[in-house]
Design a protein around this ligand. Sequence first.
Ligand SMILES: [Zn+2]
Length: 240
Amino acid sequence: MKFYQSKLLNSFSNLTHCFTNKQNGNLAFHVNDDPDRVLKNHQNLAQELDYKMETLVHMKQIHSNSVHIVTSNDTFYKPPTCDALITDKQEIPLMVMVADCSPILFYDPKQQVIAVTHAGRVGTFKNIVKNVIESFVDDFGSNPSNILACVGPTICQKCYEVGKEILQEAEEKNLNYAIKQKDDKYFLDIRCILKKHLRENGLNENHIELSPHCSKYDAKFYSYREDRACGRFAGLISLH
Ligand SMILES: [Zn+2]
């Protein structure tokens, strides 16, 4: 099984991380897939990456900007409702699931804190990145200049046409720098907003990695815009 991995995060031997793809199968229980098959996909992934499946925390993602600090109440079978998870606990893999939305993995090697974030158009417009960095700082004593972030495979600007109402919303939020007009069509660059938000919240330029892979263009990944009935691939990170 070959995973897409972050060059930034790969240099730490006390971290496990990856972005899965279609070969790993669908990992989401809410997309009308056979639950036994989804479970099997999770078991296979756990075996491949050498963690106990039951220790993994994923999320009931709701396109919010809400960050959840992992507690012992969070289990594989009882995912918290939120769009970001953060922890300094070892051997608790965190997972974000996507199909075109942006999966972001975070690591502060100084304070030994990890986080995952689900940033779709809605969460990005709500600046979920800001809340995640604030949690690093306020709850775990991080200095933003130490934090590393990798935005995984996500839909690229060329493939992401949006309507005029999104342009309008972007203008209201001063995010219209991320929209390109071509003829009478509008194209949104989510990665560009995420990078700006990461920079604005104190991350160093060289601590930000953007995957070049487009989830819609690259058939290895699930894409909601390509197939509304598709599964979800995942970003995963775990501390040892
Ligand atoms: Zn694309």
